[in-house]
Design a protein around this ligand. Structure first.
Ligand code: SF4
Length: 206
């Protein structure tokens, strides 16, 4: 386990992804750990089948630099996802120092993290894919088991810290939990905060 070293709980690497995890060719770096308990979470199922492997920034760089030319030619890089990537903001920051500025680093996040984690990530991450679930506090609690307030706080923090084109907010239709009217309300609140790029999609229940 992590004895104070800056390690990342790696579940899997998926190379050569296009247009799903940020700009260009990306490698998805799926990690373990999340403060939420989403009803339809796939990550929980993956964790039942696999145990994470703890890697250092150097080790992750060694395993991903095989695609350096693709990243640089297409403006791609790594996407930290899986569970909650910003739980590992210190690792992502150390990885940025290792890989330099040429790779794009994307963080998939629910923003349900302590604000200090987001602040640590802000200097290191190029693009944010924010899976917001919903901005209705009651629906959010029913679906994730958690309070919406940290998310609202971090949305405001992010809106004030980075340009809106660096954030894509995913607004899902969550079967049996929200509806189109709820999504439009969430979109309106996000637009009022300054966000401009939204991805509407429907959760697939497997
Ligand atoms: S935020 Fe993602 S990883 Fe965390 S419980 Fe929800 S679906 Fe699973």
């Amino acid at each position: 386990m992590n004895n104070g070293e800056n390690l990342y709980p790696l579940l899997q690497l998926e190379r050569l992804r296009m247009e799903t995890d940020g700009p260009g060719v990306t490698t998805l770096v799926a990690g373990a750990g999340c403060p939420l308990k989403c009803v339809y979470c796939l990550n929980k199922r993956i964790l039942k089948e696999k145990t994470p492997e703890w890697v250092t920034p150097d080790e992750l760089f060694r395993r991903t630099c095989i695609d350096d030319l693709y990243f640089q030619a297409t403006g791609g890089g790594l996407c930290f996802g899986g569970g909650e990537s910003l739980l590992h903001a210190r690792f992502i920051s150390a990885f940025r120092e290792k890989c330099g500025d040429a790779w794009k680093l994307t963080a998939e996040t629910s923003l349900h993290v302590p604000a200090v984690q987001l602040k640590t990530a802000i200097g290191a991450v190029d693009h944010y894919l924010v899976d917001i679930k919903t901005l209705d506090p009651d629906i959010y609690r029913k679906y994730t088991g958690a309070d919406l307030d940290p998310v609202l706080h971090n949305l405001k923090l992010l809106a004030g810290a980075v340009l809106p084109e660096r954030v894509t907010v995913r607004i899902p239709l969550i079967p049996s939990y929200n509806d189109e009217a709820d999504r439009r309300r969430s979109e309106g609140l996000l637009a009022a905060m300054g966000f401009t790029t939204f991805d509407f999609f429907t959760y697939r229940i497997l």
